[in-house]
Design a protein around this ligand. Structure first.
Ligand code: ATP
Ligand code: MG
Length: 402
């Protein structure tokens, strides 16, 4: 049987450099990278080829292909999920024994499984923030017509995003894509999410990672409440009289605040024009990300983008640039503030997402220093202090004072 690789954009070294004739569990070599991974039934390993890191999961053929196709569909729909690379089938040992196929995905950079976070010690409010991120993920998947079937913290990866978290789906094995989801399908996902989350919290408590006094039930119930609130804001019908048409703009602004753009809004007025009914039909996540990207080219997490846009606004106000062309102001801010500050970071912390997170932490640090000093502290001064005291590294490059 021949080794066969189905891949979107095949990296030749994937075919030539990896020991596909050896069961994944026995892989050794300099290409292996010991990154943290969550609990799973299948064997998962990480490998580095050139500058890319991949996750390799050994599984049965229908599962590998099913997951690969679904992850491709999710990518097309711009849903937050790991990026599929390919499926390797036809594996055999040198003595001719068949070995299970592998699904290869791109390792999601700057991400962590939730258990890893807890084992490093986390702040008390981390769990509700992880649950919040999970709610946003589930809502976005449902909007895209994706039924997950096994929503859990273990099947999710988390990235820090300016004091919050951004969640990505990592395990699509039980998923199905539909044009729209029924209420029953969504309810099924809520039930599995609640059950899984409850079990995961008991497990954290048993492992001593979570305070035993903390009651899992309100956190689990909170998941559904938050989901319902977000879902109804994103999809719900609103009725009002036509002299309250400003409510259309308010609804759009509320959705923008939640990080969504309205691509299509259905507005129906009755015959005598006295009442109106609106309902968002197509909403597109990533409102702040898109705005920041169009102004600066930076592609970062939604909440990070919101934070950077706030700093950009503050910069414009402090320098009396509010009436200037936004793209020019953004360029000045990027080259005079953001880039010089984030270039002080060690080279392995300079990916856009890492840089944005560091910038956010520096802003927090500046706030703290300013409060202590009783006056506004300069961003560069705060940055130097942050690198030395918080990251315990010498800032690499010191930019000009703001
Ligand atoms: N692309 C990736 N980037 C980062 N981590 C990954 C990636 N793919 C897998 N992992 C890690 O491997 C773990 C297991 O993956 P996954 O959940 O797909 O396995 P599974 O055996 O199908 O799980 P289950 O037991 O739920 O069926 C994940 O929790 C994650 O930590
Ligand atoms: Mg899993």
């Amino acid at each position: 049987m021949a080794l066969r690789i189905v891949a979107t954009n095949p990296d030749p070294s994937l075919v030539t450099l990896l020991p596909w004739d050896t069961p994944l569990e026995e892989w050794t070599g300099s290409f292996m990278v010991p990154l943290p991974r969550g609990i799973s039934r299948h064997i998962v390993r990480f490998v580095r080829l050139g500058t890319h890191v991949y996750a390799v999961k050994e599984t049965r053929e229908p599962i590998a292909f099913g997951e690969y196709r679904l992850l491709r569909d999710l990518r097309r729909l711009k849903a937050p999920a790991v990026e599929p690379v390919g499926v390797v089938t036809g594996r055999q040992t040198r003595t001719g024994d068949t070995i299970e196929p592998c699904l290869v995905t791109r390792h999601l950079g700057s991400s962590m499984p939730y258990r890893e976070m807890f084992s490093r010690g986390v702040r008390a409010d981390t769990l509700p923030r992880l649950v919040d991120a999970l709610v946003v993920l589930l809502t976005r998947l449902h909007l895209a017509g994706f039924f997950w079937g096994d929503c859990s913290l273990s099947n999710t990866l988390f990235r820090r995003s300016a004091g919050e978290f951004a969640a990505y789906l990592v395990d699509a094995e039980t998923g199905e894509l539909h044009p729209d989801l029924s209420d029953g399908q969504r309810a099924y996902d809520h039930d599995t999410a609640k059950g899984n989350l409850f079990g995961e919290m008991l497990d954290l408590q048993a492992g001593g990672f979570m305070d035993r006094e903390l009651d899992p039930i309100p956190i689990v119930e909170g998941l559904l409440e938050r989901y319902d609130r977000l879902w109804s804001e994103l999809t719900g019908v609103e009725d009002f009289t036509t002299d309250e048409m400003w409510r259309i703009q308010m609804r759009i602004e509320r959705l923008n605040d939640l990080g969504f753009d309205v691509d299509e809004l259905d507005i129906v007025t009755d015959w005598d024009g006295a009442t109106a009914r609106i309902q968002p039909k197509v909403v597109d996540p990533g409102h702040h990300n898109r705005r920041l990207q169009s102004l600066t080219g930076l592609d970062v997490e939604e909440n990070q983008a919101r934070r950077l846009l706030n700093d950009l606004d503050a910069y414009a106000a402090a320098n009396e640039l509010q009436n200037e062309e936004p793209a020019l102001v953004a360029h000045r801010w990027l080259t005079e503030v953001f880039e010089p500050v984030t270039r002080m970071a060690p080279p392995d912390r300079r990916s856009p997402v890492d840089a944005a997170e560091i910038f956010h932490e520096i802003l927090e640090h500046r706030w703290y220093l300013s409060e202590q000093a009783g006056e506004e502290v300069d961003t560069f001064e705060a940055a130097r202090d942050y690198f030395r005291k918080e990251l315990r590294v010498e800032p690499l490059e010191v930019g000009s004072a703001r």
